[in-house]
Design a binder for this molecule. Structure first.
Ligand SMILES: Nc1ncnc2c1ncn2[C@@H]1O[C@H](COP(=O)(O)OP(=O)(O)O)[C@@H](O)[C@H]1O
Ligand SMILES: [Mg+2]
Length: 407
């Protein structure tokens, strides 16, 4: 169905000339109670309108007939006209106006064909057509939304399936390579296989990490961040992660400082996310700090009066690495953004770590920000809001059995 045009809304109300007397117009309006507007034309072109209400108000005034009876109707006609060409679409007809009090009103409109009078437009019909168009558009949008939701659902299912399909063989590769590199069943012959196995193991871990980041990003982008919240102690996680990263820190010939406040409270958060946040920030520090540099992990509870201006549990990872140029500080937190230089080119990565970290911190109601000085180092802060802090020790906590020293 083609959408209606202006000419479909036109009714052929016989026009009058500007010479017609007001008395004749009055008679006609009395005889045609349905007629709301009479068009006035000259040489076939619309030049004005007689609106029933305005005209009768004037004419019915005391001495109206005596005053206007024989006068040409040009005296009482409205001269500013809305005219639209017959082929115009209804959406482009704009009849909205305001009365002298600023209230919205709809003005009558004249439809023309090549500039000549073609009929009086029907404002009520125009409104009905517009309402139908709006309804059709809303229905189309809703259908589009349903389709997008279905597509997003199948994408998530596909990703869940993919993640299983990819991780299962990779875990086998990593697991067996690990078994071999640890010489679990004896020496490797010839000895050079040892290097290959190391390589297989390292590449497998790298690939697994990349796949995890890509899948996590896809999940976050499709709006599927679910927090599995529990109450736990941040130290438990910190100790675990530092133990895990100790080898890479040593391999990169870096030193590690840990500055953790004594009386850290428990937090209510998604443990898996907090782990990823810490791992991502620490691996960046390791990755982007040249040998002999130093990495510091600091965790504290900060008050509203401190530099960040907010209360909460603040994790800071500081390094003495290559730093980030000031104009890239915000950008590197967007997906796939990386700083291009000779140092970073030798460090493989997806460029997703920081944007994932940011999304996870924000999913907890927190904030992630970076401070950096080019060539001197970087400080990454993740702040969990005060509402995530639990001061009382939860029942059955493992904290009581925790050893005092980290790493
Ligand atoms: N501690 C840091 N020191 C210097 N540059 C960093 C640091 N952390 C992040 N960057 C820069 O930000 C970019 C984005 O980081 P990230 O999202 O973790 O991606 P990736 O580590 O995979 O490159 C990095 O490529 C790097 O250029
Ligand atoms: Mg990274």
């Amino acid at each position: 169905m083609t959408p209606p045009k202006a000419r479909d809304l036109a009714t052929l109300v016989p026009p009058i000339s500007q010479q017609t007397s007001c008395a004749a117009v009055f008679d006609r309006l009395l005889a045609e109670p349905e007629t709301q507007n009479i068009p006035v034309t000259r040489n076939g072109q619309p030049i004005g309108l007689i609106g029933r209400q305005d005209f009768l108000q004037n004419y019915a005034r005391p001495f109206g007939p005596e005053l206007y009876g024989r006068t040409p109707v040009a005296r009482l006609m409205q001269r500013d006209l809305v005219t639209v060409e017959g082929g115009m679409s209804c959406e482009t007809i704009d009849v909205r106006s305001q009365d002298s009090y600023g209230n919205p009103v709809l003005r009558p409109f004249v439809v023309t064909e090549g500039g000549l009078y073609g009929g009086m437009g029907d404002t009520t019909k125009l409104m009905l057509v517009m309402a139908d168009l709006a309804t059709a558009r809303a229905a189309a949008l809703q259908e589009e939304t349903h389709r997008a939701e279905a597509a997003s659902r199948s994408k998530t299912q596909f990703l869940a399936g993919m993640s299983h399909e990819l991780r299962t063989p990779l875990n086998a590769i990593i697991g067996f390579a690990d078994l071999m590199r640890l010489r679990t069943f004896g020496e490797l012959q010839p000895a050079r296989y040892g290097e290959y196995v190391e390589d297989i193991h390292r590449s497998g871990l790298h690939l697994l990490n990349m796949i995890n980041e890509l899948l996590d990003m896809a999940k976050i982008e499709s709006g599927h961040v679910e927090l599995r919240e529990t109450t736990f102690h941040p130290l438990d996680i910190g100790v675990d992660i530092l133990r895990m990263l100790r080898q890479s820190i040593a391999d990169a010939r870096l030193s590690l400082r840990v500055d953790i406040a004594d009386d850290l409270p428990f937090i209510h958060a998604d443990q898996q996310h907090i782990r990823r946040i810490l791992i991502n920030l620490l691996s960046n520090a390791i990755k982007y700090t040249p040998p002999e540099g130093c990495i510091t992990l600091a965790v504290c509870v900060c008050g509203p009066d401190e530099a960040c201006g907010e209360e909460g549990l603040k994790v800071t990872v500081e390094d003495t690495g290559i730093g980030i140029p000031p104009d890239m500080l915000e950008k590197v937190m967007e997906p796939f953004e990386q700083v291009e230089n000779s140092f970073t080119r030798t460090r493989a990565g997806t460029g997703l770590g920081l944007s994932l970290t940011k999304a996870m911190v924000e999913a907890h109601g927190g904030k992630l920000w970076l401070e950096s000085e080019l060539g001197r180092g970087t400080r990454a802060h993740a702040l969990l809001p005060a509402s995530r802090i639990v001061w009382e020790r939860p029942l059955r906590s493992r904290a009581a059995q925790r050893g005092a020293s980290p790493v």
